[in-house]
Design a protein around this ligand. Structure first.
Ligand code: NAI
Length: 337
């Protein structure tokens, strides 16, 4: 099976090449898998490069709308291997029409994201980003660095699926009382997590961490109204999707001194590539740049998933998806319209 791998980063190539050598089912398979890596992302301009391949491997950033799917179909592509969980960038109906299969990686390492959420919570609370810069400038004073103990405080987790559950376990390990809001209860957590309504979680949490997906119901779940319901001095963390938080309202909340700290791995402007063009004019109007001007805000660039273990898990699941497709097997990782 020949796979054209779009939007290749050096770490993608390393993990996939390594999995091609070490993943046992590949070693014992009769289906030879060959990957060609290219730097361009998949979109209507680059789809024709897939001529002569059986499959394409794409990412959540790829544009797999109607036009791209039409071209992939013309070029004989039979399967799209998504090396991520998300698939809202694909025209599923068009794929269905042509019988193009889509396989994804639903979960790779929930702990990777949950550990990063806790790292952001700790860093924002104890001002580690500020402390790091101060010490580098030979300023060893502690002014502006005071935080609070997480021990015996309340962690509120919104969304207790794979990542939220891992975050609950971490917070429990810190000696925190863990409360949660979800539309479904996760039975695995019943011994140490108490489910409450969203207003109760907002009102009682000292650390509030978002782990629900972005849907119509969760869009701007953090807004001025819900911010006002939160405890003064709360630490807010979002590693899920930027649009869960209304950025303008968050800025207002920070100005109201609602938050002890804010840690974001995702932000609303992420998909607009605001920081690719670093012109002053763009930065002046960027809400992310405004957020960064506050000393108690820590932002990372969607790196929650970025651990060696998670990358290997992504590579292995994607290759397993390719093998399952080649063997004509049904797969739980199948995406349908
Ligand atoms: P999951 O599907 O295992 O869990 C999501 C949970 O949210 C489920 O328990 C679901 O019932 C709950 N939920 C759905 N609607 C809700 C609502 N209206 N209110 C409260 N809870 C609701 O997903 P998983 O794997 O835990 O991922 C969570 C999110 O993390 C993803 O949607 C994704 O946006 C984000 N993510 C971030 C990464 C990063 O690198 N920062 C990497 C991977 C995922």
């Amino acid at each position: 099976m020949k796979i054209l791998f779009y939007d290749t980063k050096s770490y993608d190539q390393e993990s996939f090449d390594s999995a091609l050598k070490s993943y046992e089912p590949i070693k014992h398979s009769d289906t030879p898998i060959e990957i060609e890596y290219i730097k361009s992302d998949l979109d209507p301009r680059t789809a024709a490069l897939a001529d002569g391949f059986d499959a394409v491997c794409a990412f959540v950033s790829s544009d797999i709308g109607t036009e791209t799917v039409n071209i992939l179909h013309d070029k004989g592509i039979r399967v799209i291997l998504m090396r991520c969980a998300g698939f809202n960038n694909i025209d599923l109906n068009q794929c269905k029409k042509y019988g193009i299969r889509i396989l994804r990686v639903p979960g790779y390492s929930p702990e990777a994201v949950a550990e990063h959420a806790m790292a952001l919570a700790l860093a924002a609370n104890r001002r580690l980003h500020k402390a790091y810069n101060k010490v580098r400038e030979n300023d060893f004073s502690l002014s502006g660095l005071m935080g609070f103990n997480f021990y015996q405080k309340t962690a509120g987790i919104v969304g207790t699926g794979k990542i939220g559950a891992a975050m609950c376990r971490i917070c429990h390990g810190f000696g925190m009382k863990v409360i949660a809001y979800d539309v479904y209860k996760n039975e695995e957590l019943k011994d140490f997590v108490e489910y409450k309504t969203l207003p109760e979680v907002l009102a009682q949490s000292d650390l509030l961490s978002l782990h629900c997906p972005l849907t119509n119901d969760t869009y701007h779940i953090v807004n001025l109204d819900t911010i006002k319901q939160m405890k003064d001095g709360v630490v807010l963390v979002n590693t899920s999707r930027g649009a869960l938080v209304d950025t303008a309202d968050l800025i207002e909340g920070i100005r109201m001194r609602k938050f002890a700290g804010v840690g974001l791995d995702v932000y609303e402007e992420e998909t607009d590539n605001v920081f690719e063009d670093r012109s002053d004019e763009i930065l002046e109007h960027s809400t992310t740049a405004r957020l960064l001007s506050f000393p108690n805000v820590m932002i990372t660039s969607h790196q929650g998933f970025f651990t060696g273990e998670a990358l290997m898990a992504i590579a292995e699941t994607t290759l397993q998806n390719a093998l399952d497709f080649a063997a004509g097997k049904d797969s739980p990782n199948n995406v349908t319209a």
